[in-house]
Design a binder for this molecule. Structure first.
Ligand SMILES: Cc1ncc(COP(=O)(O)O)c(C=O)c1O
Length: 401
């Protein structure tokens, strides 16, 4: 495959490139794979990197100076690849094990006082929402719930209704996992900052689906999953914390990686590890870190992030337009603010039942609990023909009801 990182529009006129991409992803040949929003397909080379590293651990052991140096280099390389994705300094990136961990680190790090307020939305995923619930229970924080993310709701107007000087944080997803709405994060961040609130952004769906330059987005914290659109293994993720917010987002968990080597005494004084790395605390699984870095570098260097973003969005629109006219289908994604997630319902069948029926027919999608809808995720490796097949299968299920 040609090495390219161009911004050339992604179209179906790139069959060779798409064939080469698909050759790298064995799982996409098993079924029509339209659920990267849960777990992306693992690239062959990421799998190989993972198993090669496992073999080294098996044969050479997991101890000794060379091993620790290798592990530190590996983490630094993967942080650098993540920083490339997020358009930030590698010192602003902490390796995590998933988005949920990143959301908890950022949210629990603020100095919450009774009466402080946090803004969030009914559409948020439990990975960001449940930590907010804990803030209420533990610190008496007032939750200002909104319907941001629902189609027909103007996110900025909705936010303006609840923001006030007591708002300490705004907790929202860059891309809503259930409706697929892409939120205007920059405008949200500007509004939040105007009242002194921080923006803690859930990027589980956004990281790898839409451009995620954290400085451009204006977010203070941005938590990503490795296993979804970044095509890494389970148990990987990343948390961006803006350098100048480290004074406000403190450490909650402490371990041997939290303190600069030699920079503590036995009286409890210490200097934290530099940058966001202080949040890594203890261990990462090296084979998984290696595999995530391998996936990221493949997408960056061979697929091209801009190409991937454009292809994902083009397929998302293609999917929307293929499903919207079908008999009995209601769309739940705003077509003017979407990328790679398309939500819909089909009359006469529940979202879980339709998910199961499509799986039997070789098509993998999913459903979400709120709104209770079916969701399609269009990866850069998908094809228009696969989406046509999805549409056909939906019609066949409808005909069988
Ligand atoms: C918006 C959103 N946030 C958080 C999560 C949880 O991600 P993780 O398993 O990486 O914590 C998901 C997973 O589906 C999600 O869609």
């Amino acid at each position: 495959m040609a090495t390219e990182t161009t911004t050339r529009p992604a179209t179906a006129a790139d069959p060779d490139k798409i064939a080469a991409i698909r050759a790298e992803l064995p799982a996409v040949h098993e079924r029509v794979y339209l659920n990267t929003g849960t777990n992306g397909p693992l690239p062959r080379r990421a799998h190989d990197a993972l198993t090669d590293y496992c073999l080294i651990e098996l044969t050479e052991g997991r101890i000794g100076p060379a091993v620790f140096a290798r592990s530190a280099e590996l983490k630094a390389a993967t942080r650098a690849s993540l920083a490339r994705l997020l358009g930030c300094d590698p010192r602003e990136v902490a390796l995590t094990h998933n988005t949920t961990e990143g959301m908890n680190i950022a949210l629990m790090g603020l100095d919450w006082q009774p009466g402080d307020e946090v803004v969030t939305a009914t559409t948020e995923h439990p990975g960001g929402l449940y930590p907010v619930y804990l803030l209420r229970q533990r610190h008496g924080v007032k939750i200002r719930m909104t319907d941001i993310g629902l189609p027909g709701v103007d996110p900025l107007a909705e936010l303006r209704k609840v923001l006030n000087p007591k708002t300490k944080a705004v907790v929202l997803s860059h891309v809503c996992w259930s409706t697929g709405m892409v939120l205007p994060m920059r405008a949200i961040a500007d509004l939040a900052h105007s009242v002194g609130a921080l923006v803690i952004c859930d990027a589980a769906q956004a990281g790898g689906m839409v451009p995620s330059n954290c400085y451009d987005l204006g977010v203070d914290a941005y938590a990503c999953s490795g296993q979804k659109w970044l095509l890494g293994p389970d148990g990987t993720g990343a948390l961006f914390i803006r350098q100048d917010r480290l004074g406000e987002i403190g450490q909650t968990f402490m371990g041997y990686l939290s303190i600069r080597p030699g920079m503590s005494d036995h009286q409890g004084h210490f200097v934290p590890t530099e940058g966001a790395q202080r949040f890594e605390v203890v261990s990462q699984y090296p084979p998984a870190v290696k595999a995530l870095g391998t996936s990221l570098d493949w997408i960056a260097d061979e697929v091209g992030w801009d190409w991937a973003y454009a292809r994902i969005a083009a397929l998302g629109r293609y999917c929307y337009d293929a499903l919207a006219p079908l008999d009995g289908v209601t769309m739940h994604t705003p077509r003017d603010a979407m990328a790679g997630l398309v939500s819909f319902t089909l009359d006469g069948i529940t979202p879980p039942d339709l998910t199961a029926r499509l799986y039997e027919r070789g098509v993998i999608i999913r459903y979400t609990p709120y709104p209770h809808v079916n969701r399609v995720a269009t990866g850069f490796y998908n094809t228009e023909a696969e989406i046509d097949r999805l549409a056909e299968q939906i019609q066949e299920v409808r005909a069988s009801l």
